[in-house]
Design a protein around this ligand. Structure first.
Ligand code: PXP
Length: 243
């Protein structure tokens, strides 16, 4: 069964809305772990719109499962990563005007910049994942870099209508996934996954890690975080009986 990395950025977004201390993402991480999270995922953005350096430092000390730091190919943030050594770094593109990470990395056109970032993380001994759209050219280019994992961007799948459009997007994910695992690189996926659409992605052959934030934190408002995480774990577990 794939690991579940719970993205807690939204907890920090709510805190930043008032600029105070609550809710604290450090508390959220502890509750997510109690619910069965296999990892905690945070994105330290250059504009620090949600997660702060203080969160990363504290979470590094308190998280007992895998800490996955999403980051742009930005020198100052890579410095922090090499100092604090999360179990994994996931390189993502970043644009200031976007609401959330809207697309995968453009390895084809930004090969030098991404290679330099990968090499710096590699030199520091960090496990490295790249966040990519399920585009054959991007996957092919990324497989030439020395990375441990590729996280497939599932946004197009998640946003497509159920039926043939969604099946087409799932097929694109399947083709990309096959190329990744055939090359011996670990397969991850994330973005837009929720309690209804996650299972086909979790069932892709050798899916190792799913990173999910928005849907879990939204449900947590109503059922509590620990339960919301446990319910997502059940959704990605093929062995759970289905109604
Ligand atoms: N994976 C990556 C690389 C992301 O940037 C995000 C969003 O921050 C996620 C997974 C989680 O996406 P969502 O919040 O839609 O579940």
């Amino acid at each position: 069964m794939a690991r579940l990395g719970v993205n807690i950025d939204h907890v920090a977004t709510l805190r930043q809305a008032r600029g105070g201390q609550e809710p604290d993402p450090v508390w959220a991480a502890a509750l997510a772990e109690l619910g069965g999270a296999d990892g905690i995922t945070i994105h330290l953005r250059e504009d620090r719109r949600h997660i702060q350096d203080r969160d990363l430092r504290l979470l590094r000390q308190t998280v007992q499962v895998r800490l996955n730091l999403e980051l742009a190919a930005d020198s100052a943030i890579i410095d922090l990563a090499t100092e604090l050594r999360p179990e994994q770094v996931t390189l993502v593109p970043e644009r200031r005007e976007e609401l959330t990470t809207e697309g995968g990395l453009d390895v084809v056109n930004q090969r030098q910049r991404i290679t330099e970032a990968v090499n710096r993380c590699r030199h520091a001994g960090l496990e490295i994942a790249l966040f990519l759209d399920p585009e054959p050219a991007q996957i092919e280019a990324a497989l030439h870099l020395n990375v441990d994992a590729i996280e497939l961007h599932t946004g197009r799948y998640a946003n497509s209508h159920e039926g043939p459009p969604q099946r087409m997007e799932l097929e694109a994910l399947q083709v990309a996934a096959e190329a990744i695992v055939t090359a011996g690189v670990e397969l991850h996926a994330g973005h837009g996954l929720n309690y209804r659409n996650v299972l086909p992605v979790a069932r892709l052959d050798r899916m190792a890690e799913l990173n999910i934030g928005h849907s879990i934190i939204s449900r947590a408002l109503f059922v509590g975080l620990e339960r919301a995480v446990r319910e997502m774990k059940n959704c990605i577990d093929d062995r759970t009986p289905r109604a």
